[in-house]
Design a protein around this ligand. Structure first.
Ligand code: IDP
Ligand code: MG
Length: 156
């Protein structure tokens, strides 16, 4: 399996306000994933509508846009084997109340609307690439060798 799959991940405004950026970054570092891009930023209305376009028209959409634009977020790109699916597993279920302890949402959240983290949907083909392109320019992504990869992967 290739080790260079990239996925888009974001600490949402509730996670930033609650001081969880460091904890969340640590989990992905500890797992052996490689950080290739990161940006502390505020999402505007237009980007929010583009990012959450698939949910337009749903009853929670306006609230979701209001929430995601309400304060800064920490946007990241992580790289590794099966990165999109593995990050989703680490996040837990959409509703923190249904998320197992040990997952990010299961450890840090209680409320569906404030579920701390976003990660590209591995069941939505190409969502990772689309979301990376929406938040990052190519030159904002760094090509570098993670020395620990020799130990994370048997066949690096
Ligand atoms: P995901 O974040 O696990 O991929 P999605 O179904 O893509 O979940 O929904 C996007 C975000 O919209 C969720 O993370 C959550 O913050 C919010 N959301 C989803 N469903 C509801 C709902 O029924 N009520 C309120 N907010 C919701
Ligand atoms: Mg989703």
């Amino acid at each position: 399996m290739s080790h260079d799959e990239r996925t888009f991940v974001m600490v949402k405004p509730d996670g930033v306000q609650r001081g969880l950026i460091g904890d969340i970054v640590s989990r992905f570092e500890d797992r052996g994933l490689k950080l290739v891009g990161a940006k502390f930023m505020q999402i505007d209305e237009e980007l929010a509508h583009e990012h959450y376009g698939e949910h337009e028209g749903k009853p929670f959409f306006e609230g979701l846009v209001e929430f995601i634009t309400s304060g800064p977020v920490f946007a990241m790109v992580w790289e590794g084997a099966d990165a999109t699916r593995q990050v989703r597993k680490m996040m837990g279920e959409t509703d923190p109340a249904d998320s197992a302890p040990g997952t990010i949402r299961g450890d840090f959240g209680l409320d569906l609307g404030h579920n701390v983290i976003h990660g590209s949907d591995h069941e939505d083909e190409g969502a990772n690439e689309r979301e990376i392109a929406l938040f990052f320019d190519d030159e904002e992504l760094v090509d570098w060798d993670l020395d620990a990869a020799d130990w994370v992967y048997e066949d690096e």
